[in-house]
Design a protein around this ligand. Structure first.
Ligand code: ACO
Ligand code: OAA
Length: 371
């Protein structure tokens, strides 16, 4: 390396490959999945249709959707051996550890684990997507000392997810809100967890390994873990009248404010307006509009103090809290959604693979003799 080598810490701004799956445009503050604006997909399409779009590049015809739905509904139940393994895990480990472990075990049992043909990759992606709600729901229930609730084949993906988690049918307004969050979380180009999945795939490792690694990358609070951290912040602050003082203290002690800022968007996150509206609907639905006061006060204070805007995790955290999910389950909800984007990227990477292996500038000691 020469003295003029430019080092891009965190690969910021580095264009590592091409992708046809989604386009994040910070200039226009837009996000397209396969060309479609995400806010329009969230308003008009089901999560099942969006999953199909991400995997296949086009929205499904009714027949294609019916075929995918039939497979998804058959694979909703957690196999006994995976369920038993999950139940063995300590209840004080993080639910992301449970997700990561469950996906790894599912891979070990998958008959097509080592088959990386496009057909097998798609089949594995679909099965994993279908079964993840059962992992998340089981984990929340076992921690609460509740019985497992089996899936229902007569419900759509989101309604069934809520059914398995809470053991009762969710109201349509809640299903709609949850569904929108699943669509918004599904895909976001070369974010850290997706890039992790692509790095793992680039070594020709299997799809379950890529998703297991991606879950590890998503867990951190600088990425997916922020939605949980936002709820913790809200609980620490307590009420809107304390938000400004809390923020002053937090900034004075150089704390990162979770749910704010983004590596790519510098003027707000394209998904926030839609998720903020969803949070507003949920707050009205549950009669909890005081949450919105705190939300707005903290956002306004952060923008006026630092000019840093919220990211998707900021409205998603309190929205999931209102629905009734335990805080430590929020990032696994992100997993259940993002598994669609991750696996679309696994397939795209495999179709035009090159081992991902950057270089670094060595700054350790010069060569020396072993004493
Ligand atoms: C769905 C998602 O994964 S979205 C991301 C979720 N993550 C979070 O919400 C965690 C909080 N946010 C952050 O830590 C950051 O904004 C990141 C990691 C998301 C992006 O960070 P980067 O692009 O690397 O920017 P970086 O962290 O260098 O921040 C640039 C400056 O803004 C400040 N900044 C950025 N975000 C925040 C924040 N949330 N709170 C306080 N200051 C912040 C940094 O301290 C830094 O200030 P400095 O130049 O005075 O040192
Ligand atoms: O793109 C990123 O860096 C993080 C993000 O918003 C996401 O993965 O949804």
């Amino acid at each position: 390396m020469t003295e003029t080598t430019e080092i891009r810490k965190g690969l910021a701004g580095v264009v590592a490959d091409t992708s046809a799956i989604s386009k994040v445009n910070p200039e226009t503050n837009s996000l397209l999945y396969r060309g479609y604006p995400v806010q329009d997909l969230a308003a008009r399409k089901s999560f099942e249709e969006v999953a199909y779009l991400l995997w296949h590049g086009e929205l499904p015809t009714p027949a294609q959707l019916a075929e995918q739905t039939a497979v998804e509904r058959v694979h909703r139940e957690l196999p006994d051996n995976v369920r038993d393994a999950v139940l063995e895990l300590p209840t004080d480990c993080h639910p992301m550890d449970v997700c990561r472990t469950a996906v790894s075990i599912l891979g070990a049992h998958d008959p097509q684990a080592e088959d990386s043909s496009p057909e097998a990759e798609l089949a594995k992606a679909l099965r994993l997507w279908a079964v993840l709600p059962a992992v998340v729901a089981l984990d929340q229930r076992r921690r609460r000392g509740q019985e497992l609730v089996p899936p229902r084949e007569d419900l759509g993906y989101s309604a069934n997810f809520l059914w398995m988690t809470f053991g009762e049918e969710a109201e349509p307004a809640v299903v709609k809100a949850f569904e929108a969050s699943m669509v918004l979380y599904a895909e976001h180009s070369f974010n850290a967890s997706t890039f992790t999945a692509r790095v793992i795939t680039s070594t020709l490792a299997d799809l379950h390994s890529a998703v297991t690694g991606a879950i590890g990358a998503l867990k951190g609070p600088l990425h997916g873990g922020a939605n949980e951290a936002v709820q913790a912040t809200f609980e620490e602050i307590g009420s809107a009248d304390r938000a400004e003082a809390w923020l002053e203290d937090a900034l004075a002690s150089k704390k990162k404010i979770m749910g704010f800022g983004h590596r790519v968007y510098k003027n707000g996150d394209s998904r926030v307006p839609t998720m903020r509206a969803v949070l507003g609907d949920l707050a009205e639905h549950y009669g909890r509009t005081e949450v919105l006061d705190l939300y707005e006060t903290l956002e306004n204070a952060m923008v006026s103090r630092k000019n840093i805007k919220p990211n998707l995790d900021y409205p998603a955290g309190p929205a999931y809290h209102l629905i009734g999910f335990d805080t430590n389950i929020f990032t696994p909800l992100f997993v259940a959604s993002r598994v669609t984007g991750w696996t679309a990227h696994v397939m795209e990477q495999r179709a035009a693979n090159s081992l991902i292996r950057p270089v670094c500038e060595y700054v350790g000691p010069e060569q020396r003799e072993v004493p």
